[in-house]
Design a protein around this ligand. Structure first.
Ligand code: BF8
Length: 642
């Protein structure tokens, strides 16, 4: 697998606002990930090929040359797969804990002990019904019953995940049951995964493959679906919004606060209190308070409130080089430990908020659902105070911004489609898949990495797929990338690449909804909102009465940095959806594991493809990746007879 700094020539990022600030950051003495990545090359080959075992104190052991086993006898297959599953587990844990935080908040709303409300009552009642609890009466009582049912499920010893039961199609449930991968409960599966992959435990790669599937389902249902449903219930199901992206969304005359991380419990309150405290900001000479989003929490508040997107993962440091970011408030996941040292070049206050996520030297304001109002107010007061201490000579805000639309929940998509066919909104999509106007669907998802040219993977893939009439949706940091390059407005850069078929479809739906067209790429939310992508697939598969694995759909993450991508990817793989990744991940030390994960079903007695109907496509070059993705889409179309 390729593992060298920037195999493509030119600047580190395609975003001019990032480049302008990266240049300034370097002059100001701020070190960023783009500097540090070069210090790490060449990566240790044992680590990057996955054959370094640090599971016990005999080691560390490594497999090389004639050395075929570690001291205990573990071979390269066991070492590579157990290392990989431990990474996958760390990804699943992040999503499951995200859900659990939200669930605790829902429970507290039911008890009336926190300053949050139920925003989507219909969704809550519908979920209550599916869970088999009383969905009538006072909405807080319904919330209490749903929360109790979901919390119970974390320790259930019988059955499987209740969010899987209420979400998945029957065909998938049957397949997972037959393959023995139905998880018992989220916490038990995470513990079992750690047990199986700990020193001298499960050494059989074929058996360990089950764990990839089980953890995929844990991530999918106890992580993604549960999180999205709870977030929609508490903060509203997203509707179409228009806003802006790029680092030019930071305003010189306003108190600027970046929300960064993942939990909407925090960012929703910051948005609410920023509006309430405008006058406080004006008292210190600012025009008001400008909240901007970074990473997935940025996506969450963009989807529900139209808060502009400043940057995805790799731009979190350089955002401070504007010299006008007064505070960055963070919660959990994808928070770079360098934020605090980087902030010391400027006046920016880094504020951590969770007791279990702190950064040395950063300010900490403990944020709990109970004290949410007081804490949000305090955070905004800190930002207003910081505004007074700006060094005007250090301010440089790039001028460029990019318009974008967001808010494409499944509910919003179905509502838009219902303008074409009120009785059967999904039928026009099916008709256009069958007649070839839509060749297939690809979700461009996941991160941004310092290892490759920023935004190159997403934009190149989108260009090529759109040209071939693929319906493209996006989530996570990939959605940020595409928004920043004009793929999320009807008449932007992205529209130039649309093939005639997809162009006609997007135009027809857009016009029926008062827009010139839908944007070339639809923003479906944060990484947990890949659940929305899955829901769309379930709905289409149910309508066609086929398993999801038969649909001409692929997930793609060209710029992966987080193990969360592995855990989300494994959920889609268990559904039988191919997953493309563009960043090397540590499996090349085992030919067997590589074959199992990336091989076609006819290549090997056991492959992911053979078991579930989807495989991993590893390809760092997005142009080549697009061809491989199109090939699989065409293969699945052919199998469907279309
Ligand atoms: O959960 S896309 S860099 S921010 S991991 Fe992190 Fe990757 Fe961004 Fe969101 Ni997702």
């Amino acid at each position: 697998m390729v593992d060298e700094w920037d195999t493509r020539e030119g600047p580190e990022s395609l975003d001019p606002t990032i480049m302008e600030l990266l240049d300034k950051a370097r002059k100001d003495g701020m070190e960023t990930g783009w500097d540090r990545v070069k210090q790490q090359y060449p990566h240790c080959k044992f680590g990057s090929s996955g054959v370094c075992c640090r599971r016990c104190f005999h080691g560390p052991c490594k497999i090389y040359g004639k050395v075929k086993r570690g001291i205990c006898g573990a071979d390269e297959n066991t070492i590579v797969l157990t290392n990989l599953i431990q990474l996958q587990t760390s990804g699943a844990v992040q999503h499951v804990e995200h859900s659990r935080e939200l669930l605790e908040t829902l429970e507290k709303i039911a008890k009336g002990t926190v300053p949050y409300e139920i925003k989507d009552e219909a969704k809550l009642r519908s979920i209550a019904e599916k869970l088999g609890v009383d969905s009538s009466g006072d909405i807080k009582e319904v919330a209490g019953r749903v929360a109790e049912k979901a919390i119970e499920n974390f320790t259930a010893q019988e059955g499987t995940l209740n969010w899987l039961e209420i979400t998945a199609n029957e065909k998938e449930k049957k397949k997972w049951e037959e393959l023995g991968v139905l998880p018992k409960n989220a916490h038990a599966e995470i513990a079992l995964s750690l047990l199986r992959t700990s020193n001298q435990c499960d050494a059989d790669p074929a058996n360990l493959l089950q764990e990839v599937g089980r953890l995929g389902l844990v991530d999918g249902f106890a992580g993604l679906h549960l999180s999205t449903d709870l977030t929609d219930i508490m903060f509203g199901t997203p509707k179409l919004v228009k806003t802006e992206s790029r680092l030019g969304v930071i305003k010189e005359d306003a108190v600027n606060i970046a929300v960064h991380g993942h939990l909407p419990i925090l960012s929703e309150k910051i948005v609410e209190w920023a509006e309430k405290m405008e006058d406080e900001a004006k008292k210190v000479g600012a025009s008001g308070i400008n909240v901007v989003g970074i990473c997935c929490t940025g996506n969450e508040v963009m989807m529900r409130h139209g808060i502009p997107l400043a940057s995805n993962f790799v731009g979190q440091e350089v955002a401070m080089a504007t010299g006008a970011l007064d505070a960055m408030v963070v919660d959990v996941q994808c928070i770079m430990p360098n934020l605090q040292p980087a902030s010391e070049c400027y006046h920016t206050k880094i504020i951590t908020t969770l007791p279990y996520i702190k950064l040395p030297g950063a300010m900490h304001v403990d944020f709990t659902p109970e004290n949410a109002d007081e804490s949000a107010k305090k955070i905004i007061e800190i930002a207003i105070e910081a505004y007074k201490h700006r060094d005007k000579s250090k301010i440089l805000i790039p001028e460029s911004t990019m318009e974008m639309y967001g808010g494409f929940s499944v509910e919003q998509i179905v509502e838009a489609l219902s303008k074409l066919n009120p009785e059967d909104p999904l039928q026009p999509v099916i008709d256009n898949i069958v007649n070839g106007n839509i060749l297939g669907a690809v979700a461009l998802v996941g991160c941004a990495t310092f290892k490759y040219k920023h935004d190159y993977g997403y934009t190149e893939l989108a260009k090529r797929l759109l040209k071939e009439n693929v319906l493209v949706v996006a989530t996570g940091c990939g959605a940020h990338s595409l928004a920043r390059h004009g793929f999320m407005i009807p008449d932007g850069e992205g529209a130039k690449y649309l093939g005639d078929g997809i162009k006609a479809v997007l135009k027809a739906i857009g016009e029926a909804n008062g827009l010139p067209s839908l944007p070339p790429v639809m923003h479906m939310g944060a990484c947990v909102d890949n659940s929305r992508v899955a829901n769309l697939l379930y709905a289409l598969a149910a309508k066609l009465d086929v398993p999801v694995s038969k649909l001409p759909a692929v997930g793609s993450c060209p710029e992966m940095q987080s193990p969360k991508v592995l855990s989300i990817g494994s959920y889609f793989l268990t559904l039988g959806v191919d997953v493309h990744v563009g960043t090397p991940f540590p499996i090349s030390g085992s030919q067997l594991v590589t074959d199992i994960l990336t091989g076609n079903k006819e290549d090997h007695p056991i492959t992911l493809d053979g078991l579930f109907g989807g495989k991993i496509i590893y390809e760092p070059d997005p142009k080549v990746a697009a061809e491989k993705i199109l090939e699989r889409i065409k293969m699945k179309r052919e199998a469907l007879g279309i």
